[in-house]
Design a protein around this ligand. Structure first.
Ligand code: ADP
Length: 599
């Protein structure tokens, strides 16, 4: 029979497997058993509505020393011809692809990452797969000796399910492959890697595994590595999880949860393609791979599963979404996971900050969404950069507030450095006040949604009332404003519709000018809003504020209003204000020309 070729990317991984010098070959057994278990899960689920599919679920290992084969048999859902072709002939799993793009040749990753069926080739030089799909008559056989391709043909394999025959490689100095025929070795490997599999794994009539699912075991009884390998396998990640939350919840609703926080955000996390959700089991039977209802959007980055006998087994997937029990679990779980995040923040600050760098925006969105419905629950989980140079919670900020400081101050800007350089900020840092640095577009929206913390208002340093100006200073400023009213009016006229107003201010120390907003929307928010489609026209009222004591203004004020230099100075001051705020100047060539002229 003519051999069919593997798809290109599969071939690469296959080569890697075959030529692997990787010593952890034994993981092939875990991979194959986990496939068997998944297949039984599927048939188990189907049997709930079609009792003719019920069976005594089991996975059987059959070593045959004479033939030098290890056979693995399951009575799961099986595969038809097309499925064998596409499942065993290609790798299309996104996780697998990502793995290959990143680390084309890193062998150590093979063991960490769920490479599934292909790992057979680490121990076998020929693999034969018999399978018959549930509710079909015809079985098929797939066979391959590795990279040169595979054959696929009808076969009268009579049982529903799959049988995989591994023709073990000849022993060499690296490995005694015959060990994988040894009962003791097989027992040890099953205990080590597959103990939690819910279906019996049998060898010579004995069940080797304890069959207690990982998530039903108390967290203290499970090794970190067990959780990690379960996570990597199940959720197609080659990194270990950053955090594991596991518990058995009893009360209004009863369920076990095993939830992981990935180390890195998947590349599509902040896109519409990303699908959130936890796997849902009912008494150990998988009902749904990804049940979105179990996780609020802001925790959508978490992966894992929930197992609850309270969810009816016979419920259809459509009805499930409206199920009362499921909702109750969702509500309880959300609270539980928030608590866990809170504990994490207290017990492992560094780890939490790392997580926040990946997923903090998601939590911030949670505080903002639905008009801040969850802001009180989430505000203590948020971190912001501060002028103190570290990430801070609101509570920590408040605990450091200075005598006489009533508000929590914030400023928007691309970096903490840029914010510290803002002219408006000087007044505050001089008093020793700390300022929250809002770096992400969403930050200011969130802060404004939260409004206040512990009775302290959030106030932008750009707010015209933010600076505490004494009555004396105010009176003096008013007088000056009167003195220079003609000049200020002229400047406003010169700037036309670029500004809403030109005013004197007492809030600047060493800087000459600053730009502020006359409306509730700040200049930073305007930038964010303008980047959104359909809101190009959005414009806040910009106000040019001037420090009357600055030499630049003193010089300007000494000119006759009719002097042509007034226009040049005004233009220069306005451009400087734009640049300070990181806003584009209208015509940079004209500005360059103006600078040269003024020199
Ligand atoms: P993964 O398990 O990560 O999806 P594998 O390469 O291990 O990748 O398997 C590919 C696919 O082949 C599986 O998703 C499944 O659909 C099918 N498969 C593998 N083993 C079995 C089996 N024992 N019974 C039924 N289907 C199987």
């Amino acid at each position: 029979m003519a051999k069919k070729q593997f798809k290109a990317e599969s071939k690469k991984l296959l080569d890697l497997m075959i030529n692997s010098i990787y010593t952890n070959r034994e993981i092939f057994l875990r991979e194959l058993i986990s496939n068997c278990s998944d297949a039984i899960d599927k048939r188990h689920y189907m049997s709930l509505t079609d009792s003719s599919l019920s069976a005594d679920w089991q996975i059987e290992l059959v070593p045959d020393a004479a033939a030098r084969t290890l056979t693995i048999i399951d009575n799961g859902c099986g595969m038809d011809r097309n499925e064998m072709e596409s499942n065993l002939g290609t790798i299309a799993k996104s996780g697998t692809l990502e793995f290959k793009e990143k680390e084309k040749t890193d062998e150590s990753l093979i063991g960490q990452f769920g490479v599934g069926f292909y790992s057979s080739f680490m121990v076998a030089d020929k693999v034969t797969v018999f399978s018959r799909k549930a509710n079909t008559e015809q079985g098929n056989v797939w066979e391959s000796e590795g990279a040169d391709g595979y054959t696929l043909a009808p076969n009268d394999y009579a049982c529903v399910g799959t049988k995989i025959v591994l023709h073990l490689k000849a022993d060499d100095e690296d490995c005694t492959y015959a060990d994988f025929l040894d009962e003791g070795t097989l027992t040890r490997l099953v205990k080590k890697y597959s103990d939690y599999i819910r279906y019996p794994i049998k060898l010579n009539g004995n069940t080797l595994n304890s069959m207690v699912p990982l998530w039903r075991k108390p967290k203290s009884k499970v090794k970190k590595e067990e959780y990690a390998s379960f996570y990597r396998d199940k959720f197609f990640d080659f990194r270990d999880p950053a955090q594991v939350f596991a518990s058995q919840v009893e009360g209004n609703v009863n369920y076990s949860m095993l939830v992981f926080v990935p180390d890195k955000a998947p590349y599509d996390y902040y896109t519409r393609d990303y699908k959130k959700g936890l796997a849902l089991y009912s008494g150990g039977v998988l009902i749904m791979e990804q049940c979105a209802e179990l996780l609020p959007d802001y925790l959508g980055f978490m992966k894992g599963l929930v197992d609850s006998a309270d969810v009816s087994l016979n419920i259809s997937r459509e009805l499930l979404q409206k199920d009362r029990q499921l909702r109750a679990i969702g509500v309880s779980l959300e609270k539980k996971l928030r608590n866990e995040l809170g504990k994490w923040l207290k017990s492992d600050r560094e780890g939490y900050e790392k997580m926040f760098a990946e997923f903090g925006n998601s939590l911030k969105m949670g505080a903002y969404d639905n008009f801040g419905a969850k802001k009180d629950e989430l505000k203590d989980l948020l971190l912001f950069q501060s002028t103190e140079g570290k990430q801070t919670t609101f509570a920590e900020y408040v605990s450091r507030m200075k005598e006489g400081q009533d508000n929590i101050y914030y400023a928007s800007g691309a970096s903490a450095e840029a914010i510290k350089a803002l002219p408006q900020v000087e007044m505050f840092t001089e008093k020793g006040y700390e300022i929250l640095c809002l770096k992400d577009g969403i930050d200011e929206f969130v802060i404004r949604m939260i409004e206040n913390y512990d009775g302290k208002k959030f106030v932008s340093v750009a707010d015209k009332d933010a600076a505490s100006v004494s009555e004396e200073q105010k009176a003096e400023l008013e007088k000056k404003a009167g003195d220079y009213s003609a000049l200020l009016a002229k400047m406003k006229e010169l700037l036309g519709n670029k500004v809403k107003d030109v005013r004197l201010t007492a809030r600047l120390k060493s800087a000459a000018v600053c730009l502020t907003s006359d409306s509730d929307i700040s200049l930073e928010m305007e930038k964010v809003l303008r980047a959104m489609p359909g809101s190009e026209g959005i414009s806040v009222g910009r106000v040019l504020e001037i420090n009357p004591d600055h030499p630049a203004f003193v010089k300007l004020a000494s000119l006759e209003i009719s002097d042509s230099k007034v226009a040049d100075y005004t233009q220069a001051l306005f451009s400087a204000a734009l640049l300070q705020e990181n806003l584009p100047v209208d015509d940079s060539a004209a500005l360059a020309g103006l600078l040269i002229k003024l020199l």
